[in-house]
Design a protein around this ligand. Structure first.
Ligand code: R5P
Length: 322
């Protein structure tokens, strides 16, 4: 077996290599003057079972291209089987036509990965489970929920809890997580009544006086989490916590970490003081850090305004609960 890492998350690849006691295969990634990517695999991989570890995280297009040319290089070097390990599958949010004359980019990217040479894909918490069907090769979609559930029981313990999906698209994920916690389910329904009007948040389910656990696959600008947390507090939630698999945190017009830390209620200003436990700084986004690309914890603190919690507990993530 051979492991090859792209540049999307070297620390993760090195940790996997150390855990498996298998060194990373030597490879070099260089650029032409016009920024074309050139990958050279520096070891013989003929007949090998090769795992390429590369998220298509920020900068998504560079990391995607690096993955594609690496897969092509491996295929042409006669690897026996090539598994693309893509902890964070970018472009997943473009999984349907959202309007006339728009692409389904997730399908296009899946086609590219298969055409480039992948025989199998391994990923975590796809934005929507049905994206597995976009790949015409076996696709393993692992779940972060067991890791989250262990953290929940270790740190928060049992109590009157409601798991909340921050949007209608995340209901399956929230329901499955709620089963693990033996918690109730609530759903936030975001609506823009007319273009230009601010969003109306309807909360479906009982959250008053309850500990609310938001669960989502992606935190990007932080807007979804923040708005959801405010809506829950306005409806009397006792506290709000969040578990998120992929900390994309790419900006969206500000520092997402700061947005999470200083989430404002529309009517009551910032949630602080004796209600401090409820403000979103304590949301504790749990991320795979695949989306962070390079950077150590200090870098993440500077860039995002907080240091994401990282769960290292080795747990079998391949246990779906529906
Ligand atoms: C949306 O469907 C996703 O599950 C996330 O809720 C969304 O991508 C989060 O984005 P942001 O943090 O920018 O609101």
């Amino acid at each position: 077996m051979k492991l090859i890492a792209g540049n999307s998350n070297r620390p993760l690849a090195e940790a996997i290599a150390a855990y498996l006691d298998t060194p990373l295969t030597k490879a070099s990634v260089r650029r032409f003057a016009d920024m074309e990517v050139f990958v050279e695999i520096l070891e013989n991989i003929r007949g090998e079972d090769v795992f390429v570890i590369q998220s298509t995280s920020y900068p998504a297009n560079d990391h995607l291209m690096e993955l594609l040319v690496t897969l092509d290089g491996l295929k042409r070097a006669s690897a026996r089987r090539i598994t693309a390990v893509i902890p964070y599958f970018g472009y997943a949010r473009q999984d349907r036509k959202t309007g006339p004359r728009t692409p389904i980019s997730a399908k296009l990217v899946a086609n590219l990965i298969v055409t480039a040479g992948a025989n199998r894909v391994l990923t975590i918490d796809l934005h929507a489970g049905q994206i597995q069907g976009f790949f015409d090769i076996p696709t393993d979609n692992l779940f972060a929920a067991p890791v989250f559930a262990k953290d929940y029981f270790d740190r928060l313990g049992k109590g009157p809890t409601t798991v909340v999906s921050p949007d209608v698209g995340g209901v399956l994920r929230a329901r499955a997580f709620g089963k693990r916690l033996d918690a109730e389910l609530a759903i936030i329904d975001k609506r823009r009544e007319r273009a230009g009007d601010s969003e109306v948040m309807n909360v479906i389910g009982d959250v008053s006086g309850r500990r609310c656990i938001l669960v989502d696959d992606i935190v990007d600008s932080g807007g979804t989490l923040c708005n959801a947390a405010v809506a829950l507090m306005e409806r009397g939630a006792a506290s709000v916590h969040a578990y998120v698999t992929h900390g994309v945190l790419s900006g969206g017009g500000g520092r997402p970490g700061e947005r999470l830390a200083h989430c404002r209620s529309r009517d009551h200003g910032q949630y602080r003081g004796d209600r401090g436990r409820a403000h979103v700084a304590e949301c504790e986004p749990v991320v795979d850090r695949a989306a962070f690309g390079r950077g150590d914890q200090a870098h993440q603190r500077r860039k995002f305004g907080f240091e994401p919690v990282r769960l290292n507990t080795p747990i079998d993530c391949n246990t779906p609960v529906d």
